[in-house]
Design a protein around this ligand. Structure first.
Ligand SMILES: NC(=O)c1ccc[n+]([C@@H]2O[C@H](COP(=O)([O-])OP(=O)(O)OC[C@H]3O[C@@H](n4cnc5c(N)ncnc54)[C@H](OP(=O)(O)O)[C@@H]3O)[C@@H](O)[C@H]2O)c1
Length: 318
């Protein structure tokens, strides 16, 4: 497993980050407990040292069981989500943020959370990924950031956290978050069908930020297995309307560049590592076989960053 540096910091992440949202029974999926724990063990045994988790996934119980066995051995890097203000909060609540960090340290048997991925909600759930939520969120950002930085810096002085990243939800918020100077980088979606952050890469580079990319397969849709979504079983959540634009873009990509692609599953991982801005890609892996497939793709042989711009051009073509 290769490791890459996060932005201009001295933090090294494994190119593959184990995404802990669905690997065992939890809030988002009912995957097999033993298979999921075996997947995590296989990832660790094969050099994955970076783990992304959240209190919201309901899977920390299984992470904790496995990680307890490894406590004190290999140094792991943890990325956690912190959602303050949450949907129902009208302001940043320092105690809530601190509690999310300290609870994670305990549950993960960790000494430090290397990256805190900050989500500024504070608007209705229905508009968080929508530009209708932008004005309120962007207006609140300076006040939130001042309190966030003060709390984060205290935790950093205590040795409990390393770096702060934004999960912006929308491009407009991303732009404002980058310009705010409050963040060391971004932890956000990026895959063959979600290239919305491409316009901000230069600004991020100029500021020495890093971009940990997330969900390379878009829940499995961008793989060889489901490249024809009509084969998905009726009622599969990946057929839902919220992923219609992903399915539509992927069909267009297949039509335009399909003849150049040997394996979409492999390309999905390589694409999310194809720019030096990206130290690591967060992958959801529920079985040992899925771990082996992702790790095999992270072999250092990645497309030229110009390919990212080409794909973005196809995704944004009217
Ligand atoms: N707001 C946030 O911060 C946020 C949001 C979303 C995700 N995340 C993070 O990102 C991680 C990944 O997200 P994700 O699970 O949505 O997306 P993903 O990594 O793109 O997709 C993972 C899913 O793809 C399928 N898969 C894995 N390997 C495969 C292969 N070789 N061939 C075919 N299918 C394969 C698996 O589903 P099946 O086995 O069921 O087919 C797996 O659950 C999460 O675990 C979480 O850590 C964070």
């Amino acid at each position: 497993m290769r490791h890459r540096r996060f932005g201009k910091t001295d933090l090294e992440l494994s190119e593959i980050t184990f995404g802990a949202m669905r690997f065992v029974p939890g809030l988002h999926q009912k995957n097999d407990l033993e298979a999921g724990k075996a997947a995590l063990e296989a990832a660790l045994a094969n050099g994955v040292t970076t783990i992304h988790s959240s209190y919201e996934y309901g899977t920390r119980y299984a992470l904790g069981e496995v990680l307890a066995k490894h406590a004190g051995s290999a140094r792991l890097q943890h990325i956690i989500k912190a959602t303050v203000p949450d949907y129902d909060d009208d302001r940043f609540i320092p105690e809530k943020f601190r509690d999310m960090v300290e609870t994670a340290l305990r549950e993960l048997h960790a000494e430090r959370i290397d990256i805190v991925q900050h989500l500024q909600r504070g608007v209705d759930k229905g508009i968080i990924y929508d530009e209708r939520g932008d004005p309120a969120r962007i207006e609140a950002m300076p006040t939130v950031n001042a309190a966030l930085r003060e709390t984060f810096d205290k935790l950093r002085d205590e040795g409990k956290v390393g770096y702060l990243c934004t999960f912006p939800h929308t491009p407009a918020f991303a732009e404002a978050a980058i310009e705010s100077g409050a963040f060391d980088g971004m932890v956000a979606f990026f895959n063959l069908a979600e290239t919305e952050m491409v316009p901000f890469f230069d600004a991020m580079r100029e500021r020495g930020m890093g971009y940990v990319t997330m969900r390379p397969y878009c829940q499995g849709l961008l793989t060889d297995k489901w490249k024809d979504p009509s084969k998905l079983p009726a009622g599969d959540p990946r057929l839902g309307p919220d992923l219609a634009h992903i399915r539509e873009r992927f069909q267009r990509l297949q039509a335009e560049i399909g003849s150049e692609v040997d394996s979409w599953t492999s390309l999905a991982v390589k694409f999310a590592l194809a720019d030096p801005l990206f130290p690591s890609v967060i992958v959801g892996m529920n079985t040992v076989e899925q771990v082996e497939t992702a790790i095999a793709a992270a072999d250092g042989d990645y497309p030229d960053p110009a390919f990212i711009r080409r794909v973005h051009g196809i995704n944004t073509k009217r």
